[in-house]
Design a protein around this ligand. Structure first.
Ligand SMILES: [Zn+2]
Length: 266
């Protein structure tokens, strides 16, 4: 059995919950990990491609972008990601370029292009990015409703939790790193106090969500500059934490680079 002290940092697998308000630098910070040599497999439900286009050319070549055109009526994010990010997924999958939909029937019919994605080939040089969990949660909920106008009831919320659990279960056993980007909300925690924490599923689900990740990083704008925090004691009333005690404030230009070591291939 390997002793922990003999495991080099590049052999540790990380799962990161990166959250905060819009325009606080989340997408850009995650994208910068490509400059450290990581291959990013980016499931974009937020139309974040424009932000990533600011990265250097070499970094952009390491980003495989799958743009999922999710709407309330079609729930393409749920239809695709619940099958792709699943431990039962055991081989290459085809996503259409136009909608990002798994085995898209209309693109097949019209002989439009497909991208291939094989989750079983990924290792510790690879990071799967879900941008965003907010949008994926909405998409799953919409997929459970007969029509977007219907009001969700108890069973819908419960099923949303079951489906999100399947993604979390996959993440825990994945062979690559995983980063989920999401937004913030102010909710009452188990101790009765309100805290800012990440959006994902119901409020009850969101309360337990951070414990599934090895790092929880909060992004915000302070004095007109993007900042990120990861130490569990960093900010009063804001959920953050790192199992390796990583302090992302150590590198303001590439905060997540404090968690992910630069690869030899970079
Ligand atoms: Zn399509």
């Amino acid at each position: 059995m390997p002793v922990l002290s003999t495991i080099p940092p590049q052999n540790l697998r990380h799962t990161v919950l990166a959250y905060g308000p819009s325009k606080a630098g989340k997408t850009e910070s995650v994208g910068k990990l490509a400059t450290l040599g990581y291959n990013l497999h980016w499931f974009d439900v937020e139309d974040g491609a424009l932000t990533l286009s600011k990265l250097p050319e070499e970094a952009k070549r390491r980003i495989n972008l799958y743009s999922i055109r999710d709407t309330a009526e079609n729930s393409y994010a749920a239809k695709t990601l619940l099958k792709v990010l699943n431990w039962r997924n055991n081989g290459p999958k085809s996503l259409c370029v136009q909608h990002g939909l798994l085995d898209c029937p209309s693109c097949k019919k019209e002989e439009k292009p497909f991208d291939s994605f094989d989750i079983t080939k990924l290792g510790l040089n690879d990071i799967i990015v879900i941008d965003s969990l907010t949008q994926l949660s909405d998409s799953i909920l919409n997929s459970l409703l007969a029509s977007p106008e219907n009001k969700p009831e108890y069973d819908h919320w419960r099923n949303l939790g079951v489906k999100l659990d399947s993604v979390v279960d996959w993440m825990k056993a994945a062979t690559c790193h995983v980063i989920m980007i999401t937004h913030e909300q102010d909710i009452e925690m188990e101790d009765g106090r309100n805290k800012l924490t990440a959006v994902g599923g119901t409020k009850n689900y969101a309360r337990n969500l951070p414990r599934h990740f090895s790092h929880v990083v909060y992004f915000s704008v302070v004095n007109k500059a993007h900042t990120a925090q990861s130490k569990s004691v960093a900010l009063n009333g804001v959920v953050t934490g790192s199992r390796t005690d990583a302090d992302v404030t150590k590198d303001p230009t590439n905060p997540l680079g404090v968690i992910f070591p630069k690869l030899a291939t970079a």
